[in-house]
Design a protein around this ligand. Sequence first.
Ligand SMILES: *Cc1c(COP(=O)(O)O)cnc(C)c1O
Length: 432
Amino acid sequence: MSNPFVQPDLDYDREHVWHPYSSMTEPGRIWPVVSASGVRLKLQDGRELIDGMSSWWCAIHGYNHPTLNAALVEQAERMSHVMFGGLTHGPAIELARRLVALTPDGLDKVFIADSGSVSVEVAIKMAIQYQQAKGETGRTRLLALERGYHGDTLGAMSVCDPRRGMHHLFSGILPQQFFVPEPATRFDQPWNPEDMTPLKRCLEDNHQQIAALILEPIVQGAGGMRFYHPEYLRQARALCDQYGVLLIADEIATGFGRAGKLFACEYADVVPDIMCVGKAITGGYMSLAATLATAEVAEVISQGEAGCFMHGPTFMGNPLACRVACASLDLLMESDWQAHVTRIEAALQKGLAPARGLKGVADVRVLGAIGVIELEQPVDTARLQPACVDRGIWVRPFANNFYVMPPFVMGDGDLAYLTSNMVGALESTLAV
Ligand SMILES: *Cc1c(COP(=O)(O)O)cnc(C)c1O
């Protein structure tokens, strides 16, 4: 008898299992993975792929890490889960201690959530409850940037790009939020003050209805993989203060070093009122996220009509996830992560540069350990992805972007292999 956990039943998968953004009747091609170690994924047919995705920004230390494995086993043998209502435990407390210490000064109150989208829902609810408690009962809407991405649940979808995003299908039932165009000045361009005009106007006209501005600091992720100028973030913070609007920073993708700073807010020296973290928090081991708030936000909410913050997921503060998160954050801080990210940034710059010359390539850009080849047209994933697998790399394109965010532990040889084969795979599919 074969072991179905290491010999996946692909026929059953095809008939019964949804995958992200997928069709049940015309499923795209899919590759069974049987194990993963370091920066390599091992397929069922024995081939190994160098992983350029870190499993969607998460696996910063690589796979099957002995320290993270040990933390998980030790915690499982003590206590996998207990409810968080009326009970507390070391893993949750120690995770909060680390998050408060690592995040910008002032973010002192931690809500532990089960996924990034949930942490965004929590942030939105915090902002609304805060304004209600202040007597600002008209401030029930959010302000967000076009090309933003904040998750797939209903509240989070309502602040994603309303036109180009994947969620416009639901627009009829989503709360109607305010949107302004994303900042046009790129990270490394000279600052253009006119970038602020739409945000300024929108706040001037509508601030009495706006509870909070939500944005991804510096790096807009799934909505376009764009890197914008830190001055925008600095001035957005000042405008929020001027108009009594809270600033929510969604650092779910950028947090924990990915964009070259521990948190992307640091590029602008800005402290948000509320911050969401997730993705890399457990090093890719389990689903976990957190919403941090300032003491002021927490105190105002707690003194409001409800007397408490109205949210409490069943798996809040899951000890297994919190324990692995602590181990992952300790690994990160004990490592010279900044040197690794700088090294990866240079390797991506060098390795992806040849793509600039290819027909159909609109732009190549790199920030921290994020490298993007933007095409003029949506990527033909059905052809490009198999071409990548055939060359021994795992890269999953999305919309117009063919992009990577490798694990921080990837060596120079693997980085060179990854980038040259990205360019090669792209060349082979563009040429035909
Ligand atoms: C991935 C992501 C989310 C959603 O997180 P999930 O864990 O997938 O729910 C929210 N915001 C940003 C910026 C993200 O990259």
